[in-house]
Design a protein around this ligand. Structure first.
Ligand code: ADP
Ligand code: MG
Length: 327
């Protein structure tokens, strides 16, 4: 992506702060060796290497500048880009991605910051060009393996999968437009309370910023995945258990697509899940993809933390741009 790190796929890890509900404060299970140069962490005796590792003390601004701003640069050069947060419920996925209005400006997450950068640069370009460049947003939810267009007039009717590309796009001129769109979409989301967290979202949310001109249509996807915790921890039966299975299917399918691309397979299993089908255009050889693995500092979450980190280690092998394969 830059001279130092040319990978179109980057994996970052962000440690969540201590939860105020977790009782006695114990040391975090995650350690950040000072010699690692911000690229590795230790959990128990396991050392993991990533493109970036962010301890709980990192601010939203620092995370954005290091991880997402270079992605916006690529997007404005015309490449399809996706930033995707995954991990256990309660580890800061929605906070990091900026899916809800922040209570303080410093808590502002990725989405409004991306929009600010895009609007600023599109406006600057507009002054030198005759062709109008317009910015739009769409908001899709994948719930129980069905896609919902949260901005449409019928947000509770599943979309026909093949029509995901034709979802409702609303114009974005300002931060206020973005907040209105997020509020509308969030109202329309289906939320299931679970034992883990009463606000826990059991669905994947994909907000896409579209930049369109006469000749171009470029998409930047901000993806807030459903909690990756296993069914065993949610404690529900029936419908909720089925949801758990499907949520894991989505994550597994991303993993399979990632692995198939890493192995150079000619057939990539995009159709294995709605999530990978929706993201298909953004998971191509020209695409730029950034994973943010969100992890818990708590010992009781150790096994989820390890599986989140292992998924990230697997995704590190992904190579997208043909130039990189040739390296
Ligand atoms: P998830 O989407 O992964 O379930 P949330 O983003 O909802 O988790 O985060 C859970 C809670 O922790 C929220 O109240 C959020 O504001 C808070 N939180 C998460 N990460 C941070 C952070 N780095 N700094 C401050 N608060 C955070
Ligand atoms: Mg969330």
């Amino acid at each position: 992506m830059d001279g130092e790190n040319p990978n179109a796929v980057r994996i970052a890890v962000r440690e969540a702060p201590y939860s105020q509900f977790s009782g006695r404060r114990e040391p975090s299970v995650v350690q950040f060796p000072t010699r690692s140069n911000g690229k590795s962490l230790m959990v128990e005796q396991n050392e993991f290497h990533f493109d970036y590792v962010f301890p709980a003390t990192i601010s939203q601004d620092e995370m954005y500048q290091a991880l997402i701003q270079p992605l916006v640069d690529k997007f404005l050069e015309g490449y399809p880009c996706t930033a995707l947060a995954y991990g256990q419920t309660g580890t800061g996925k929605s906070y990091s991605m900026g899916m809800a209005p922040p209570d303080k400006p410093e808590h502002m997450g990725v989405l409004p910051r991306v929009l600010a950068d895009i609007l600023e640069r599109v406006t600057a370009r507009q002054e030198n060009h005759k062709n109008p460049v317009l910015v739009y947003a769409s908001f899709i939810e994948i719930y129980n393996e069905k896609p919902f267009d949260l901005l449409s007039s019928r947000p509770h009717m599943p979309m026909v999968a093949a029509r995901c590309r034709q979802c409702t796009c609303l114009p974005l001129h300002s931060q206020e437009d973005l907040q209105d769109i997020l509020e509308l979409g969030i109202r329309n989301r289906r939320v299931r309370a679970t034992n883990m967290n009463s606000n826990s979202s059991r669905s994947h949310a994909i907000v896409t910023i579209h930049v369109k001109s006469d000749t171009h249509h470029c998409r930047m996807n901000i993806v807030d995945l459903a909690g990756s915790e296993g069914v065993r921890r949610t404690g529900h039966e029936g419908v909720a258990r089925q949801e758990g299975v499907n949520i894991n299917l989505g994550l597994l399918s991303i993993n399979k697509v990632v692995m198939a691309m890493a192995a150079g397979h000619p057939l990539i299993p995009y159709r294995d899940s709605v999530l990978t089908a929706v993201l298909q255009e953004s998971l191509t050889a020209q695409a730029y993809l950034t994973f943010l693995a969100c992890i818990s500092p708590h010992r009781c979450d150790l096994s989820e933390t390890l599986s989140t980190l292992r998924f990230g280690s697997g995704a590190k092998k992904l190579r997208l741009n043909p130039l990189q394969v040739a390296r």
